[in-house]
Design a protein around this ligand. Structure first.
Ligand SMILES: [Zn+2]
Length: 110
């Protein structure tokens, strides 16, 4: 039995000073959070499959998914998203597989 699935890992949260909350009208209260989704097998992260995120207003607690964001939110989210790097450990399963293959190749030669 292979146990696999996908999981979200938090990459970055950043408060934007430029954005005005649509819900309560407060400026600079919206925090953008970026998550990286990765596939795992037997709880070993295999590889990342993309980024997800949302915004939350610290004043009125209004949460917006990326699909619900107005254009200025989307632009801000894009900047923060491109600035957040996927951690190397999310590739650990892939690295492990490559190492096993390489090991097998060199073992075959020797
Ligand atoms: Zn608000």
């Amino acid at each position: 039995m292979i146990i696999y699935g996908s999981k979200l890992a938090h990459l970055k949260s950043e408060q934007s000073r430029r954005i005005t909350c649509e819900s309560c009208g407060s400026k600079g209260t919206v925090v953008f959070s970026v998550f990286s989704k990765h596939v795992h097998i037997f709880w070993i992260p295999l590889f990342p499959v993309g980024k997800k995120g949302f915004s939350e207003c610290q004043h009125c607690k209004k949460v917006l998914k990326t699909k619900e964001m107005p254009n200025d939110f989307k632009q801000e989210y894009k900047i923060i998203k491109s600035d957040s790097k996927v951690p190397i450990w999310q590739f650990s399963g892939l690295i492990l597989i490559i190492l096993i293959i390489l090991w097998g190749v060199f073992d075959g030669i020797a």
